[in-house]
Design a binder for this molecule. Structure first.
Ligand code: GDP
Ligand code: ZN
Length: 341
């Protein structure tokens, strides 16, 4: 074969790549560059990202060993919970590939673009408590958000110890939570001030969960009970992140003493408390889903319209009045409440 003539564009690319190599070689003064370019790396193995900071991640091997890693090109979209292929190094490892995700949590960034914040979550623990007073529409907002990402939510009524001495409060909570089991949602009572966390631990074992809920319901207390070294772990991961990172907003994967993992960060705790579309809300109410499209008007708002399938089912007692009220409340609060045609 004759010598292939490079097109101008190809020649330009080769030049650019060579220039880039030269530039990297010249910069090989940092530990990071050294680790990437020497042969001191172990065999490739699978792992999970347990923390993410800017251009680095901490990866955990199946044996539990954790190491800070650099990322090969095109892996800048990695988040905590991602499964990866990586090689351990003397000081720093390298992540070489990202494995497929089965789920992802996203939230809008400052510009309103959805940004993934955690991956491979199996369940969302929606934590409520008698205090701060829980509102049905807040619970339902979290449920709608969970439905939108197709991750199973579980409702935890924490501070259940407070119900023992207050029958009125117990009745109130029972009424609030009454609609959910019939819809297929699991409801668990928990207390961080008493024994009896086993049913929760059974649920967490072998899974990766996140905790969401209002401030003050006891999320931190729960995390500390479930992962007694949580505080220390977060501190270690933060220290590993090195200088200048905003560690408080970093999502970290914590191993639980009962087995299983919990991914936690302030951003995750508020999951779902941002703008949703009317369609998200309609689809997020499980019992309304089979009725969508059955109203007389295609753009039915399910309020005063004649022949509304949802109003009819509610009148017949097949949809809980509390859930319908909550649906209407959430829809009324949407910035863009235009019905989905
Ligand atoms: P977070 O804001 O959701 O992380 O809530 P915290 O974990 O900081 O808890 C808020 C307050 O509720 C603290 O004063 C805790 O001591 C208290 N708390 C947490 N769990 C329980 C519980 O199970 N029972 C009672 N009575 N108080 C609790
Ligand atoms: Zn309708």
């Amino acid at each position: 074969m004759g010598k292939r003539k490079l097109s101008r564009q190809q020649a330009w690319r080769v030049e650019k790549i060579q220039a880039e190599r030269a530039r990297r070689a010249a910069r090989r003064d940092t530990l990071a560059q050294e680790t990437l370019t020497t042969d001191g790396l172990g065999p490739e193995q699978e792992g999970v990202v347990v923390a993410h900071y800017g251009t680095q991640v901490t990866v955990e091997a199946p044996c539990g060993r954790r190491q800070r890693c650099h990322l090969r090109a095109n892996l800048d979209g990695l988040v905590t919970g991602d499964h990866v292929v990586w090689s351990a190094g003397e000081n720093t490892g390298v992540v070489v590939a990202q494995l497929q995700r089965h789920s992802a949590l996203s939230r809008p960034d400052a510009r309103g673009r959805l940004k993934t914040i955690a991956a491979n979550i199996d369940q969302i623990l929606v934590v409520i408590a008698p205090f701060p007073e829980p509102h049905a529409n807040l619970i339902d907002r979290y449920l709608v958000a969970a439905e939108a990402v197709a991750i199973e939510p579980v409702i935890l009524l924490n501070k259940a110890d407070l119900l023992r001495s207050d029958a009125g409060l117990a009745t109130q909570m029972a009424q609030l939570l009454a609609p959910y089991p019939a819809l297929g949602y699991r409801v668990l009572h928990t207390s961080t001030r008493a024994d009896g966390l086993e049913p929760l631990q059974d649920l967490l074992r072998d899974r990766t969960s996140v905790c969401v809920g209002q401030s003050g319901v006891g999320k931190s207390s729960l995390v500390n009970r479930l992962a007694p070294d949580a505080g220390q772990r977060v501190a270690e991961l933060s220290a590993a992140a090195g200088k200048g990172t905003h560690t408080t907003s970093t999502a970290v994967l914590l191993r639980l003493s009962c087995g299983g993992a919990l991914i936690d960060s302030p951003g995750i705790r508020e999951f779902g408390l941002w703008h949703m579309s009317r369609r998200d809300v309609e689809l997020g109410f499980r019992e309304l889903r089979p009725l969508l499209g059955s109203c007389r008007f295609r753009d039915c708002r399910h309020e005063q319209e004649p022949d509304c399938a949802i109003t009819r089912e509610a009148a017949a007692g097949r949809i809980s009045a509390q859930r319908l009220q909550s649906f209407r409340h959430i829809v009324a609060g949407l910035e863009d409440a235009t019905p989905a045609a």
